[in-house]
Design a protein around this ligand. Structure first.
Ligand code: SF4
Length: 198
């Protein structure tokens, strides 16, 4: 259980896998100055936070495990908001669709090397999110300004849209000297539930 100072939200940024099918230039997971500050943890240690950010790698790669982890994060962080970071999922897959509806929002990223397939999939994802309104969601979109394709964005789906440059390691380190934004803890889970490290 983490200690908590009054008025300061505690945020866990948890990498649930470092694997990802994409090889984006400048992937944060290749930034040694950032990653050396990540703390390996067991799932039981992700407790007492006000917000849990589930990230990777690509969490959708380990879909059923990610679903189990989200359930544990709920149990261990009562009342916390849980957000999912992803760069792609198939809204036609029942488990993916379920996952994005039970978290409090998705941070969706379109990276520089996005293909036509990626853009077409994004359009499907966005349409899926647009029609799921049974809870109040906070969905956020990041589009790397280096993407050389037209992106069909529906503004009403997103609470925040950022179209901008990807940060270099130096820029990210200047913004996040502890490896994560102020107030956040950068944590890495092992590949199997209960593991301490990869
Ligand atoms: S999608 Fe994200 S995790 Fe995957 S390679 Fe790109 S930046 Fe890294």
């Amino acid at each position: 259980m983490v200690s908590k100072r009054v008025g300061q939200p505690r945020i866990a940024r948890v990498s649930v896998t470092l694997d990802c099918p994409r090889k984006c230039p400048g992937c944060c997971n290749t930034y040694a100055s950032i990653m050396k500050q990540a703390r390996p943890v067991r799932v039981e240690e992700v407790a007492g936070y006000d917000q849990v950010i589930v990230t990777g790698g690509e969490p959708m790669l380990r879909l059923e495990r990610t679903l189990e982890l989200v359930n544990k994060f709920w149990e261990q962080n009562p009342g916390a908001k849980i957000y999912l970071y992803t760069a792609g999922f198939d809204p036609g897959d029942w488990a993916s669709g379920y996952l994005v509806q039970v978290v409090d929002g998705v941070q969706y990223s379109i990276h520089a090397g996005a293909s036509y397939h990626d853009v077409a999939m994004f359009a499907r994802v966005q349409d899926f999110l647009r029609t799921r309104t049974w809870r109040a969601y906070t969905h956020r979109l990041f589009v790397d300004k280096a993407v050389a394709r037209r992106i069909p964005i529906i503004p009403s789906v997103w609470s925040r849209i950022v179209v901008g440059p990807w940060m270099s390691e130096q820029e990210l380190l200047a913004k996040c000297p502890d490896g994560a934004a102020p107030g956040e803890k950068l944590l890495i889970l092992g590949e199997r539930e209960g593991d301490g490290t990869n």
